[in-house]
Design a protein around this ligand. Structure first.
Ligand SMILES: [Ca+2]
Ligand SMILES: [Ca+2]
Length: 281
């Protein structure tokens, strides 16, 4: 079968309209022939994302964000308490903004998540997640941010393998399968990670609005390297004083390097800010 990806969105929209997610918002980014979709504005607890590149539409199951704040043990999906506003900044860039998010008066924060899609060449594309978070309380708060990235390379989900490749300042992973396709995944300044089956990674996080009682810290272990339906979770831990902001980023790419070149300088700055922040702690 051969078709142009550029004609897919209308049919995808029609399919989604018939699905159980008919009421959920779907945000679509386009770069060349590559399509990225985010459904549910970070309320969906199973799969929420799609990536189409090189004529293979569904190579991404989830790109989901969660938080745990200082005085609450539970992990919450980002929009469980606050509905974000969405801005389509460009055809290939979307941003979500949450105001006064958090579980209570000692946990209030504002956050902006920007997702950028960059087609390097037909069949090769990068997705960059950039999250900026501001402490809106009157005291210092420790934040834990989690990103679940569940790629299904080549659109086939049971034949994938993931290997970890840690380097200073970045947690990096390479996903491969029976095809010649590959993916690079990176968490810039991330503190912890987990690699396991898609189901086990999903079960670390809430299936409703909150996982309470157990403090989640990822185990820094590749528990299942495949071949299987796999996923990666990343965790950042940082403390912010009142009014202070912090930026972090993650990236994943199919048949391309994980770091989009246009954002490299900004990411390095973010890494520097992270190092400074940790030294002061
Ligand atoms: Ca695959
Ligand atoms: Ca997967």
């Amino acid at each position: 079968m051969s078709y142009r990806l550029s004609v897919v969105p209308a049919s995808v929209a029609a399919l989604l309209a018939c699905s159980t997610q008919a009421l959920a918002q779907t945000r679509t980014l386009n770069s060349g022939s590559t399509i990225y979709q985010q459904t549910g504005d970070f309320t969906a607890t199973t799969g929420d994302s799609r990536l189409g590149t090189g004529g293979i539409f569904d190579q991404l199951f989830a790109n989901t964000w969660y938080f745990r704040t200082g005085s609450f043990n539970g992990v919450r999906i980002f929009s469980s308490l606050v509905t974000p506003s969405y801005t389509q900044e460009a055809a290939n860039v979307g941003s979500w903004r949450w105001l006064n998010n958090g579980a209570g008066p000692t946990d209030r924060f504002d956050a902006t998540l920007r997702i950028s899609l960059n087609e390097v060449a037909p069949g090769a594309a990068q997705v960059l997640n950039e999250l900026t978070l501001t402490n809106r309380t009157a005291t210092a708060v420790t934040f834990n941010i989690f990103n679940r990235i569940d790629l299904d390379l080549s659109g086939t989900n049971t034949d994938d393998r993931i290997a970890a490749a840690q380097a200073p300042g970045v947690l990096a992973f390479r996903q491969s399968d029976a095809s010649t396709n590959f993916a690079n995944i990176a968490g810039f300044g991330a503190d912890r990670f987990a690699v396991n089956t898609s189901t086990n990674i999903r079960n670390l996080f809430p299936t409703s609005s909150l996982n309470a009682g157990t403090i989640l810290n990822l185990n820094n272990t590749v528990t299942n390297a495949g071949p299987a339906d796999l996923a990666v979770a990343l965790q950042w831990t940082f403390t912010l004083n009142p009014g202070e902001s912090f930026s972090l980023a993650s990236s994943f790419a199919i048949n391309a390097p994980a770091i989009p070149a246009p954002g490299a300088a900004g990411l390095l700055l973010a890494g520097g800010a992270l190092a400074a922040r940790r030294r002061r702690r």
